[in-house]
Ligand binder design. Structure first.
Ligand SMILES: [Zn+2]
Length: 203
């Protein structure tokens, strides 16, 4: 019961975020808003992206990473900050992305055979031959509309495997703002990493 409430609370929180994000989509996906890419050093005041917002890193005396005003980071974990941050992003991705997949799957009337998270550097998402869809955990750093675009893109591959006109027409039908989101990913791909090294993205 407690777990169900927790899932429901997460769902409400995400729905609210999507609604507020949709209003500000044009503003949010301007590349000027993104920080200069650099290798993170995990010092107070450094900015980290989460769902398209930048949060100020702040070491504190708690035991877990929290978003509360800024990004509160346990002081005791500073020696292994990069691994801990990566682990936290992965956990958040595993909460947020499958929920968006379920949401769009219902609207699009398709069915996948499983959702998995990946650490792929050069692909934001993929759709396997057996109908399983896979997403990079790094996407959780991007704005929700961008996550939604990648989700719709991969779910559209369940119907059309290639990147033909028919495929893009299907993406446009379910996600009219997809061009802005593709642009955002191209412009900000280096931001969505903790190491700054990134290859090309196929979007
Ligand atoms: Zn594709």
């Amino acid at each position: 019961m407690e777990r169900k409430n927790c899932v429901l609370a997460d769902k409400i929180r995400i729905d609210q975020l999507v609604r507020s994000h949709r209003r500000t989509i044009a503003l949010m996906i301007t590349p000027e808003a993104s920080p200069k890419p650099s290798i993170p050093s995990f010092v107070d005041g450094e900015k980290f992206p989460y769902l398209g917002e930048l949060y100020s890193f702040q070491a504190y005396d708690g035991s877990r990473i929290r978003i509360e005003g800024g990004l509160l980071f346990p002081r005791d974990l500073l020696p292994q900050a990069r691994q801990e941050m990566e682990f936290w992003y992965k956990q958040e991705a595993a909460k947020v992305i499958p929920e968006r997949v379920e949401h769009h799957m219902k609207i699009m009337g398709v069915r996948h055979s499983g959702v998995r998270m990946s650490s792929a550097r050069t692909r934001w998402g993929s759709c396997g031959p057996s109908g399983d869809v896979q997403f990079s955990w790094k996407l959780v750093m991007a704005p929700l509309p961008v996550i939604d675009y990648v989700v719709v893109h991969e779910l559209a591959h369940l119907t059309v495997r290639d990147h033909s006109k028919r495929f893009w027409a299907l993406v446009a039908e379910f996600y009219p703002a997809y061009r802005q989101c593709r642009r955002w990913l191209k412009d900000n791909q280096r931001m969505l990493d903790l190491t700054e090294k990134h290859g090309s993205v196929p979007y």
